[in-house]
Design a protein around this ligand. Sequence first.
Ligand SMILES: [Zn+2]
Length: 268
Amino acid sequence: MKSVVLGLSIAVLATACATTTSPTGRSQRVGAVSQEQLNLMGAQAFAQAKAKTPQSSNPTQTAYVRCVVSAITRQLPSAWQTNWETALFADKSPNAFALPGGKVGVNTGIFTVAKNQDQLAAVIAHEIGHVVSRHHDERVTRQMGAQAGLGILGAIVGSAYGQGAANTTSQLGGMAAQGIFLLPNNRTQETEADVVGQQLMANAGFDPQQAVNLWENMISASGGSGSPQFLSTHPDPRARISELRNRAGALMPAYQQARASGRTPNCG
Ligand SMILES: [Zn+2]
């Protein structure tokens, strides 16, 4: 019986993987797990982050971050219009992340480099850019193809048929805990998140040129007392600055149109 189930699972997995086109027109391999399962992994990773790090007790800063997240997520395609949850963590390292399932985590340390709402929008839109470009999906698909045992695959896919749901939850949680979601993105994904994020911020009425200032602040901060954590997962800031500057020029019409249409976020 078990081998029959496993055989079925592998067949399902093989057909579930798909090649799709990313927002910037790149071919990408995704679909080793369903969007629903990715969302579950996102929720688990987010719950772990909340269990590990206390959230800020500053209501003004919390509202500020939520306001920026909400202005950006309103510009997403309808498929991504979930109820985005935001946490502001009391953590001095300048870092932020976004996860499938509509989760955004920002450390209070980000305010040392994101010095106005447009710069904060640049960070958050970049992180959300990773989610809507399905980079987590890509990473999980690659990871499972590379190393996952048949038992894990069987357990995960088995749950699609209502078997071992609890087991699956722990497996997915394990993948989240192993940091698959939090591993550094590759350069292609980084560039894509920059492109998608900067477009998003312009559409939301945030000045896309401030993405350049943000990265300049990151570099300045890294020259001081140790390199920001954000830079360890987002390398090569100087190379991306000139790309961001070039794209900002091309995005000014979109930004101006957003402002003229009343998208004038005033988050603080
Ligand atoms: Zn990134």
